[in-house]
Design a binder for this molecule. Sequence first.
Ligand code: GAP
Length: 517
Amino acid sequence: MAQEDIFKKLVAHCKEYGYVFQSSEIYDGLGAVYDYGQNGVELKNNIKKYWWDSMVKLHENVVGLDSAIFMHPTIWKASGHVDAFNDPLVDNKDSKKRYRADVLIEDQIAKFETKIEKEVTKGAKRFGEAFDKAEFLKTNPRVLANQEKIDVLHKRFSDALNANDLEEIRQIIIDYKIVCPISGTCNWTDVRQFNLMFSTEMGSTAEGANTVYLRPETAQGIFVNYLNVQKTGRMKLPFGIAQIGKAFRNEIVARQFIFRMREFEQMEMQFFVKPGTELDWFDKWKETRMSWHKALGFGDDNYRFHVHEKLAHYANAAVDVEYRFPFGFKEVEGIHSRTDFDLKQHQEYSGKKIQYFDPELGESYVPYVVETSIGVDRMFLQVMAASYCEEELEGANGKKDTRVVLRLPAPLAPTKLAVMPLVKKDGLPDKAREIIDSMKFDFNCQYDEKDSIGKRYRRQDAVGTPFCVTVDHQTLEDNTVTIRHRDTMEQERIEISKLKHMIADEISFTKLYSKLK
Ligand code: GAP
């Protein structure tokens, strides 16, 4: 099945099983804003727990913060967002559709990458076990030709971005015959810059009102609290401040479901270090964050680093962690070495000294910062995309059957256990509820008595529940139940008294944490 079709199915699945709904749906929706349903909110909370614990609980020099969304407007002047938080946009004159010029060019690069991947797949098929991927990438003429196209386009694109040359960006789009997917034409307007911040008014009267911004990143709330946390926590460098919270961006092109939203959530950590050590910490955090992603077990080959073409005005190094989504490798997280830019700017604009007294050196300086920044919603989409699976099964009497299963890592699954009485009588429902009552303080359980057992299994597979327990007549005699494992569909008979321990072990976050570097 084409990857785009899989993605469409995933979006439909998210709605059908209470994961994600379009915001304001009964009013025909609001562009690029989404609500999380009964299962979505649980998965989202579990993702946040995984991140928060791995940052704050597992690092004794990282502490948390929850700063307000509204902040003094000068903060956004100091940070550079008022003047430079822009995206280059271009309109197609025929379809009247608006695009991000940089995304159009990145998509063109992705097309060349896809051609290389296709050659690799063909090569692997042709040479079988003898296939040497690294050698093939170095020597196959078609791969090399496409790689050269990528390199040439990369260079031209990054030069144009670095020089902020909007005419050249438009020329690239025209030279590469990049067309509007709606009109199919290359009839483009000039490329313009567009500021992404939402603003509103604070104060009761229009005259006294102050323009305030909805924060476009949570990071600035951390920077302006650096002194508060450092002093009250008696923190010594290096140390980090972690925060999870909403951010808002008036994205020009909001596409791909919850990949690019106008209201979203970020999990950011700013790590304050001694100047000159920032690139070592940058490398360390790169490794730490990649290990966090890979520990989920979605396949190491599906992740890669992407080094930034254009460094933001505040950075001296930056990479993205990219995941292979159904629509190609895309950014999930950014890791940035932000120098002392932000703290220095806030020092200048606020007139307050923002420094650290280093007892070893006996001098004060403005710390440097390494940031890790990941979108909760984008991580949610990544987890869903990686978990969604359509399987062919050998059905009864050798007939082909299929199932949709969400192979969510058990610690992240919204419901851990579904308890099902085989029939709705003979005291089986009461026994099932007794089991739930003995577990519900430890993990999310669901009681499910409607439809045949087979249908109930399919429903729980589709929602990603790792365990189903069936209570039958034998249960009443010997206190055993059948437990079914979602991924293998294997079933085993187990004593009720052993159930909690077994499930707790499988769903435990501790197992995930122990895999982290
Ligand atoms: N403080 C740095 C910062 O905000 P960013 O690369 O603009 O950096 C970090 O954003 C992460 O936030 C991205 O890697 C992505 O996961 C998420 N993100 C950014 N814009 C988003 C949007 N419009 N919708 C959903 N997630 C977004």
